[in-house]
Design a protein around this ligand. Structure first.
Ligand SMILES: Cc1ncc(C[n+]2csc(CCO)c2C)c(N)n1
Length: 225
């Protein structure tokens, strides 16, 4: 059997996940010192990110060529809209941010670039492009969640404990494993030239994950001119 796509790409992606984990935003969630205003910026930006991200699953559902793949994308769509966005809605409630404000968040420059890139790659290719564009997102958060959960006391943290609990949970680990299984299935037997294209999508979306943390830490939106 040929090497799994996720094993082949891991050496290229590992350093990006480590850099995300070491980023002061993520470290601040681990030790509980992250400024709540920075976290609110993440919450609001991420909410509108997830709306765009959810569209990818819809594109994948329509591009799927077998029922099993169609099912995986449809489950993913349900998961984002009703599980992950629920965490955001409940955090927003504790901060007194109304749901309409969350939904009306103006996407920052990095956020716009990231979601536009993903949607463009998903639309431009076959179903395997969609699976590649989706992968970094769940892989990065699951990596970070599991690493943060190892820090003593992090899961009990007053502000960020439930965040770490969610992204390190068995449920999210399963979601990430489904995303990995899907790209591995769809990439199997593809020629090297096509695998390189998929690899580039995963690496670039991985780098966008890093840029997203940085954008939130700096509370960036758009240049004021
Ligand atoms: C910028 C950004 N990147 C990744 C995630 C994490 N995430 C988004 S969808 C999904 C799969 C299941 O819903 C996961 C793990 C996020 N929230 N925001």
């Amino acid at each position: 059997m040929s090497e799994k796509f996720t094993d082949r790409i891991y050496p290229k992606i590992k350093g990006i996940w480590e850099a995300c984990f070491k980023h002061p935003f993520v470290q601040g969630m681990g030790d509980g010192t992250l400024d709540l205003e920075k976290f609110k910026h993440w919450l609001m930006q991420d909410y509108v990110y997830l709306i765009e991200y959810a569209r990818l699953f819809a594109i994948g559902t329509s591009k799927a060529t077998d029922l099993g793949t169609m099912n995986s994308f449809a489950k993913g769509l349900d998961g984002v809209l009703f599980v992950e966005m629920d965490l955001h809605r409940s955090y927003a409630k504790t901060f007194g941010i109304p749901e309409e404000d969350l939904e009306a968040t103006d996407q920052s420059a990095i956020n716009t670039a990231y979601t536009s890139y993903m949607l463009n790659k998903a639309q431009a290719g076959g179903v395997e492009n969609v699976a590649a564009a989706l992968l970094a997102c769940s892989w990065c958060y699951n990596y970070i969640g599991l690493e943060l959960a190892k820090i003593p006391g992090a899961l009990e943290g007053e502000n960020y404990g439930s965040w770490i609990g969610m992204y390190s949970s068995d449920e999210f680990t399963d979601l990430n494993e489904n995303a990995m299984d899907l790209i591995n299935k769809l990439a199997e037997g593809k020629p090297e030239r096509e695998l390189k294209v998929l690899e580039e999508i995963v690496v670039k979306t991985g780098l966008f994950e890093y840029m997203f943390w940085d954008m939130c830490y700096k509370q960036e939106t758009w240049p004021e001119i």
